[in-house]
Each structure stands twice: as C-alpha cells, then as structure tokens.
Write a protein of this length. Structure first.
Length: 468
C-alpha cells in the first residue's frame, strides 16, 4: 500500500537530481535523511517493477558508510531485501545485481568528484535510471508517498570479489605476460584491481592502490592529463610496457603508452570496435558527440555501423539496448562492452580486454599508436550562471551562422562538421557550463574552427570570457 509519510520537513535540494545520477555535497544537500528518502523512492520503484531485492555498494569516501546505511533503511522500509557488497567499484554492483539475480543495483559514489561530494548511481530492474526516471524519483519524494511494508525487508552482506575476478579471468586470456603500471588514484577499484590483473598474468607496478577517501595523491579522474603524470613517470623509469588508470569508482579507464602518449577514450573505442566487429560484423557502435571525427570512418572500415549519440553513460546504455550494440563508448571514458560481457561501463574489464588485444604484439604500443589521430583540444568548460547553458545553446540552434559548415548536428548541443575538423558546444547536464571541444587536421585548421565558434558564442554572450 502507499500512504503519506511525515518526511516533508526534511530539506530536499532538487538540484542534486542530475541527468545521469544523484550528486551533492555531503552534510549540505546530501545527508543521511535525504538518502533514506531516496532509498524509499528506489525501493518503491523496484517493487512497482516487480523487484524484491536490490544490491548496494559504496566507494571509499568517508561519508559512504552512513549514507549506505541510510539508503538500506529506506529501501527496507518498502519491503525490499538489501544485499550489501560493501566497498566496491561501481561495475561490481552492476555485476552483483546480475550474478545474484537481483536485477537492481545502487551504488553510493561521488565518482571523480572531490572528497566532499557523494552521490548515487542506479539500475532498477535492469534499467539504468536517467533523465525523467531520475526526476520521477524526486517527484515521488516530494509527493510524500512511498510503499510502506508491514514487515521491513531483510539485509545481508555478500562478498562478490571472487565471483567477479573468476568471471573476468575465465573470459579474458592474455597472449603473454605483461608488466604494467596501474594507478587506482586511491579510489574504490584499489580494493580489487591488483588482485584481478595479477590473476590475469600481469606483473603490476601499483600506484595509489590503497582505498583512501581523501584522494591524497591526485584527483581520481584519468580523463585529465595532469592526473596521469605519475603513470607517465613510472613508465619512463621502469620496464613496464603500458600504463592504465581508473577513476574514483572504476567505470572510466585511462591508457598511456610506453613513451607517455595518452590514448584518449575515442581512440580506445577504435581499438575495441575493431576487435569486437571482427566477431560481430555489422554491429552498431554508439559514441557521443565529443568523439573524434575519425571514429565513424574507422567503424565503417571495420564492418560496423557508427551511431553518434548524446553524452551520458546512462543515455548510451539505454540506446545500446534499443539497437543491440556490442560495443559503445563516450569521450569521458565510459566504455560499454556487451560482446562477451554485460554492456555496462566497467573500466576494470575494459582494461583487461585492452591488454588481451595488445598482448598479441611484441611491441604493445604498435596497435595503440597506429590508431587514427588528429590535433584536438581537451574538453573545455565555459562557466556560466545556473540555468544559462541550456538556454544559450537552444537559442544558438535557431540563430547561429557558422562559416562553411558541412553539417550541423543538434542531437546534443551544436556539433559543427567542417571539411577538416569539427567544433562542439553543448550544455552540460551536471554543472552550469557549456562544454567545448575542437578537432582538426592541422593547427591552422584548429585555430580557424575555434575562431568561428568564438565569433558565434561571443555574439550570444559577450560579457563572459571563453576558456580558450
């Protein structure tokens, strides 16, 4: 039954309900009381969809235990049985939900955000919650109606480590032993990563492979080159052949060659796509609007169907299900392999699959460095006021006039294709910024495209300096 609850007095900040997850500052917008309400909403939603159990896990942040306990309390109040796997990488929660037959998994994680943040990523009855499904949870809480069980659901703990390692080791086979540098950034992958890769036959030089919620060495975000400098140094001073790095909750992968070249995720997707499509010809490969213009031709060349889509791990996972994609990914580092795996973003498994591919070569940098490349900027963030980015981009979709575009793609912001490159401006769904990215075949081309965007953007917002 549903009934009113007395929780309306709890301060609830609607802005923590993001497009792909829930995220806020611990003790301010994200408190145990708020998380318990979220647990009630998630439990109610799972029951409506026929669920009876939810797996929960948490990353290594110091706020994790209290928030995880609150989440479990909320879920149990609806009659849901909770299976707690403790400190884990996010993909281990997804794996446990499948392995244990629960079909629902909820992870308490701040991902790569600073230590004062935490958040929640959610899969309910096989669906990754995003966009309106997350807003529906907010409406559920604001309406103060939840399923309230006469008898609360049960609670038990479960160690998923052995099953997870055994599943990957049973699937991935290296052609030879590799010596690797591995940087866990003190995130939750540190709880299992060394064991996993040693079990695959690697000799591991570990960097920051102890879980520490303060992240004392560097930010756990391998998408930023500054966070890969320790890996680059270790590759120079040891006989390791390759470096890999994980973000704070283990769903994004960083890759560095022996000579210090960072293989950004759109080029990682190329490597995985060529391998997967050799066994799944004709498969659709989804990638987000931030990826290289070389990716689509590469996919076609290897017998696949390229599909550009909106940024957001939840959105790509939903699209993958619709088109039965065997491999997809996005520029942020979320890569989704469904061939031989489950289709969720798992940096530990992707790291293992990458080593399987490159271990076939005497020089494992060869397949990585032979991937098509271009001159490009990193992701640039143009800071605006709350609410401005989406309004600005929506306005520019109607009015912007670019110089000699081949195509203007508007599925997620404005991606303008030129003869020799592209420019992108899209509103972030998580912070009040316009995300910019540029790519071209030459430095001169890159500058020309950047200036074309400068003209268009500053005509709309002349009072705010661009980040380039």
């Amino acid at each position: 039954m549903s009934q009113p609850t007395p929780d309306a007095a709890i301060a609830l900040s609607p802005e923590i309900f993001k497009a792909y997850d829930i995220r806020g500052i611990v003790g301010q917008s994200l408190t145990p009381e708020v998380v318990e309400l979220i647990g009630k909403a998630l439990g109610s939603e799972a029951i409506k969809r026929g669920g009876t159990e939810i797996v929960i896990g948490r990353d290594g942040r110091f706020s994790g235990p209290s928030l995880s306990e609150a989440l479990a309390r909320g879920m149990q109040s609806t009659g849901i049985n909770v299976i707690d796997i403790g400190v884990a990488a996010t993909p281990m929660v997804y794996f446990a939900a499948i392995e244990l037959g629960a079909r629902s998994g909820v992870m308490v994680t701040g991902s790569h955000n600073p230590p004062q943040y935490n958040g929640i990523k959610m899969v309910i009855e096989g669906e990754t919650l995003a966009l309106d499904a997350i807003q529906s949870l907010l409406r559920h809480i604001q309406s103060n109606t939840f399923i309230v069980a006469a008898v609360p659901g049960g609670y038990r703990t479960h160690d998923i480590h052995d099953a997870y390692v055994n599943r990957i080791v049973g699937d991935v086979k290296l052609s030879r032993k590799l010596k690797i540098v591995m940087d866990c950034g003190n995130g939750s992958p540190a709880a299992i990563a060394v064991r996993l890769f040693e079990s695959l036959g690697c000799e591991v030089i570990p960097l920051y492979c102890e879980v520490d919620g303060n992240f004392p060495n560097h930010h756990p975000d391998p998408s930023k080159p500054e966070n890969l400098q320790d890996v680059i140094r270790a590759l120079k001073t040891t006989d390791a052949e390759i470096g890999i790095a994980f973000d704070g909750d283990g769903d994004r992968l960083g890759v560095v060659t022996k000579d210090g070249e960072i293989i950004f995720p759109d080029r990682q997707i190329m490597l995985f796509a060529a391998d997967v499509l050799s066994r799944r010809p004709g498969g659709t490969v989804i990638f987000d609007v931030k990826c290289s213009r070389h990716l689509a031709p590469w996919i076609r060349q290897h017998g696949g169907v390229p599909l550009m889509w909106m940024t957001g791990h939840s959105l790509i996972k939903l699209k993958m299900k619709k088109v039965d994609s065997p491999i997809s990914g996005e520029m942020s580092g979320h890569i989704f392999i469904k061939e031989r795996w489950y289709g969720f973003d798992d940096a530990l498994y992707c790291g293992a699959r990458l080593l399987e591919i490159v271990s076939r070569y005497a020089d494992i940098s060869t397949p990585l460095k032979s991937l098509p490349n271009a001159i490009s900027t990193p992701e640039l963030n143009w800071q605006l006021a709350e609410g401005e980015p989406h309004a600005l981009i929506n306005g520019l979709k109607q009015t912007a006039k670019f110089t000699d575009p081949i195509e203007v793609i508007t599925i997620d912001g404005l991606r303008v294709e030129y003869a020799d490159g592209f420019g992108l401006a899209r509103a972030s769904n998580t912070t009040p910024v316009v995300v910019l990215r540029f790519e071209a075949e030459t430095e001169a081309g890159l500058q020309r495209i950047k200036e074309d965007f400068r003209r268009v953007l500053q005509s709309a917002k002349p009072d705010v300096a661009l980040p380039y």
